[in-house]
Design a protein around this ligand. Structure first.
Ligand SMILES: Nc1nc2c(c(=O)[nH]1)N[C@H]1C(S)=C(S)[C@@H](COP(=O)(O)O)O[C@H]1N2
Ligand SMILES: [Mo]
Length: 305
């Protein structure tokens, strides 16, 4: 499915000198905007609305920001909203390394200029059995991947969250190892649905939702969508992932939403959309099968759960 492109036809409708002046002005304005863009609560300018967005009702901002899984800031759903309040997200860098020809450390301004920001309204299905619909703002992970030019030996991408025990004292009680780590196969990472989110509901990400930059992989259980990313590494072997390390019998590497493969301790056939009373059936690949099922052709999804 082709993404809509920004319209840039000024040169065709405006005299050249006016056009150049306007362009210089716009470039200045955009630079000024970029410097402020990712401060908490800052409005983000969205250039593109995505054809991948669902038209289902969006979960309220209040729920999205007060019912969180972010174990670094506590294991209760209400804790991250309070305990991540003062988390320092600026300055911030994401180091991109490993099997690439151009390893690089990106600061937030560089990340914000990689691609036009898009709104992506995605379903999010947590492995615990609840779901939400989130109007994310971000850009395809693929835009970053293109910059570093992966080598052909790069078969997987490993992600690492920020971890600072002084800012995350609750983490010691979480019962999982930190820093939180996740991974994708390279074809999953470059898939156009795979998003690096920097905002939601029109503003820079709230800390509890993974500020300043997090992954969103809508056809996988929510735990694959790693928050507050500081490192991305291209590797040859399947990398370790936090929930697989913690409980390998319960959580595999792929973690595709699959109503026919139950968690060992509960069914995955249904889900509760937060804010709704009745449960609804869970869809294969969380409803994104048309776009992603081909990635898993020939794989046994009971074994590769
Ligand atoms: N670093 C980190 N990333 C994380 C988690 C976490 O505990 N730590 N929880 C995951 C889980 S289980 C879910 S469901 C989503 C929740 O994202 P949300 O709070 O923005 O809805 O974040 C995922 N990313
Ligand atoms: Mo989750």
């Amino acid at each position: 499915m082709p993404l809509k492109r920004p319209i840039s036809v000024w040169s065709e409708v405006t005299p050249k000198r006016v056009y150049l002046n306007r362009r210089r002005f716009m470039a200045g304005a955009m630079l000024a905007a970029a410097a402020h863009r990712l401060i908490a609560g800052a409005r983000l300018n969205v250039a593109l609305k995505s054809p991948f967005s669902t038209s289902e009702p969006q979960t309220s901002l209040d729920v999205i920001t007060h019912y969180n899984n972010f174990y670094e800031f506590g294991t209760d759903k209400a804790q991250p909203a309070n305990l991540a309040r003062d988390f320092k997200t600026s300055p911030w860098t994401v180091s991109v390394e490993g099997a690439v020809s151009k390893p690089r450390t990106f600061d937030l301004d560089m990340l914000m200029k990689l691609a036009p920001l898009e709104e992506r309204i995605y379903r999010h299905r947590c492995v615990e059995g609840w779901s939400i619909v989130v109007p994310w703002i971000g850009f395809p992970l693929n835009a970053l991947i293109k910059q570093v030019e992966p080598l052909s030996s790069a078969k997987f991408v490993a992600f690492q969250s920020s971890f600072d025990h002084r800012q995350m004292p609750q983490a010691q009680w979480a019962g999982i190892a930190f820093p939180y780590v996740e991974g994708l196969r390279i074809d999953e990472a470059v898939h156009p649905l795979t998003l690096l989110a920097v905002g939601l509901y029109g503003e820079a990400l709230p800390n509890q939702d993974g500020a300043p930059i997090r992954l969103v992989v809508p056809w996988k259980y929510g735990f694959k969508s790693i928050k507050s990313i500081v490192k991305i590494r291209f590797v040859e072997q399947q990398p370790p992932t936090t929930w697989n390390l913690a409980t390998p019998r319960e959580y595999g590497f792929y973690s595709n939403v699959n109503p026919t493969v139950d968690h060992p301790r509960w069914s995955q056939a249904k889900e509760r959309r937060l804010g709704e009373f009745f449960k609804r059936p869970t869809l294969m690949f969380n409803g994104y099968g048309d776009q992603v099922a081909s990635l898993y052709a020939g794989m046994d999804l009971r074994k590769n759960y």
